[in-house]
Design a protein around this ligand. Sequence first.
Ligand code: KG4
Ligand code: ZN
Length: 352
Amino acid sequence: MRVLGIESSCDECAAAVVEDGSRILSDVVATQIPFHEKYQGVVPEIASRKHSEWIYGVVEQALAEARLGPGDIDGVAATSRPGLIGSLLVGLCFAKGFAWAIDKPLVGVNHILAHLYASRLEAGPSAAPAEDVATAGPPMEYPFIGLLVSGGHSIICKVSDFDEIEVLGTTIDDAVGEAFDKVSKHYGFGYPGGAAIDKLAQGGDDTAFAFPVPYLHKGEHRYDLSYSGLKTACVRQLELFRRPGAESTPANIAASFQKAAIDLLVSRLLRAVEDTGLRRVVAGGGVAANSYLRRSLAAHSDIELRFPPLRLCGDNGAMVAGIACKYLERGESSGLDCGVSARVPIFRRLQA
Ligand code: KG4
Ligand code: ZN
């Protein structure tokens, strides 16, 4: 079964063809980064206009690279939630028209579930750099602990199937990627912020600043995260946390911030692993590309780990096509009246 997947929830205009839920036949990502860079953030109006301009060409290229015509496609999928409304509409409406024209089923996909599916795609030999060997492998057996970390979400969950998750913990304020982006914007480290801080941190001393760790109640908030305090400390009270003798260089700020942000994530994740006894962890989302996060988790040799290859951590059409195959295999699809939504209700929270 070959599925065309379209992703346009934010600033990447992407389309891919995936066969049988795993084999990537093509994967095209047209990034809008240069158009949003001068604003140091995604401007929704610009994003949706660029998607409208580009979507036809991106899908055309995805079909061409897969060496397929529209008639070879068995189903069409697009991200329908959560995301920027105008941007989501462009991808979903295009997918509806395409599905209707070829008389094949449509699948509206949840972006969060798609990120958690990304590591199940066959990476191909060129996609796994040497340092990723510990985190690559065959699709993880269900159930496992999922770590979904992006610009809009930070979720630690129990994943029982491709469409079944129970949230154990989430951020009570900013998402982790958002904190990277805001710190980077404040200091002018580069855009997008996550990748810029990751790179800058490589030459820095991560003990230069001892940023505060959020105190969240145990019990109900045992696995929850919080990033607004760390962000404020880093941006407004930097000198308060400087170790005597350490220098306030960009690399030191980046390395210390990154360590604080990721150590928190890892500590909550490890709690979930210990408490549930599920020693299998699957990560996804843009922040899953973070090299310090990948190294920190790979050091836990008693935990089986899967990260998507770097190019599948951020937004892409392959994860959308891949998870849509699973719905179609079950005989499930969406009606042509399927809508978009900016937010999704928090998934069912497991009682602590
Ligand atoms: O999944 P994604 O592409 O879009 C959303 O669904 O939000 O994630 C984007 C987020 C941004 O906040 C970006 O700064 C962050 O992922 N990111 C990173 C890295 N690469 C991207 N954060 C930390 N380290 C990275 N290497
Ligand atoms: Zn995303």
